[in-house]
Design a protein around this ligand. Structure first.
Ligand code: FE2
Ligand code: FE2
Length: 290
């Protein structure tokens, strides 16, 4: 079994230091095989914010944790128009990672990140044809026995924004990107951006999407909360064709475990197989979100 801590939207510059400290303490206590951070490291891509984000990442890595990160739309400068178009991710590359297509694997998992943040759109994401080629190429040599995971900041689906059935805008070229992910045998799609935790089989959202399981993370440490959802991150335990997901949510000064949600893959689709209540667990939101 492998373990992933899936954090997103840490938004340094608009973060709560107490929450950051609690996340770090959790990660060092539980020591996942991989810490995934799916973008929006900063609030406005300023140097001071990047320095804080880099220090956070550095503390994790110095402590022996392995990380995989992708940028988010907030990691591209918004108001500095020259920098936005001339060198949009220069600071991200300098402070966080100069690889915008990071890849990580162990005996059980193959994980690829791609950058969906762009200069031309303020907050929407996009996937290029070159990146789709990279998705196919990266997973081509991966043995069947490994679980393939694709990490983006922007989800490749229109995501539910609330309980009213309202859906988000979808990333540009998402249909082609989902085809590439399906061709590459991607099992799990991890993303963030909406500051809401959510999980569902891709086919429940888009019939032609392929069999991947979609797992969204909320904001781990930002004080910009949406839909009344507190800071949270995902704890994922993965064996071949079985995924257990537990959302840890900030509640009264500490992270509390939510329900543990299990999914199983039957060779064609992921199925929700049940929930296990935790004593003292914070309530998870309704819907198939966790
Ligand atoms: Fe964000
Ligand atoms: Fe975002």
């Amino acid at each position: 079994m492998s373990t992933i801590a899936h954090l997103s939207d840490v938004h340094f510059g608009h973060h709560d230091p107490a929450v950051v400290a609690a996340v770090e303490a959790f990660l060092f206590a539980r020591r996942p095989d991989l810490v995934v951070i799916s973008g929006d490291f900063t609030q406005r891509a300023r140097v001071a914010q990047y320095r804080e984000a880099a220090a956070f990442l550095d503390r994790l890595e110095t402590g022996g944790l392995q990380t995989l990160a992708v940028p988010g739309n907030h990691d591209v400068p918004l108001y500095d128009v020259v920098r936005r178009f001339a060198r949009p991710l220069h600071r991200y590359k300098r402070f966080i990672d100069d690889d915008l297509c990071p890849y990580w694997e162990n005996d059980e998992l193959a994980v690829l990140g791609i950058n969906t943040a762009r200069s031309l759109t303020i907050k929407d994401g996009s996937v290029s044809y070159e990146q789709m080629h990279r998705i196919r190429e990266a997973f081509h040599q991966v043995p069947e026995s490994k679980t393939r995971i694709l990490v983006t900041h922007h989800p490749l689906f229109a995501m539910p924004l609330g309980d009213e059935g309202e859906l988000s805008k979808v990333a540009n070229r998402s249909v082609d990107a989902l085809t590439a992910a399906a061709d590459a045998g991607v099992d799990i799609l991890l993303a963030g951006h909406f500051h809401r935790s959510y999980s569902a089989s891709a086919r429940e959202m888009v019939e032609t999407a392929g069999p991947a399981l979609v797992v969204q993370a909320g904001t781990a440490t930002s004080t910009r909360l949406r839909g009344g959802e507190q800071q949270s991150f995902n704890w994922i335990e993965l064996a071949k064709d079985v995924l257990d997901l537990q959302v840890f949510r900030w509640s009264e000064g500490r992270f509390e475990p939510g329900r543990r949600t299990s999914f199983a893959f039957d060779g064609e689709n992921w199925h929700y197989v049940g929930r296990e209540e935790q004593s003292g667990a914070a309530d998870a939101p309704a819907q198939n979100a966790s």
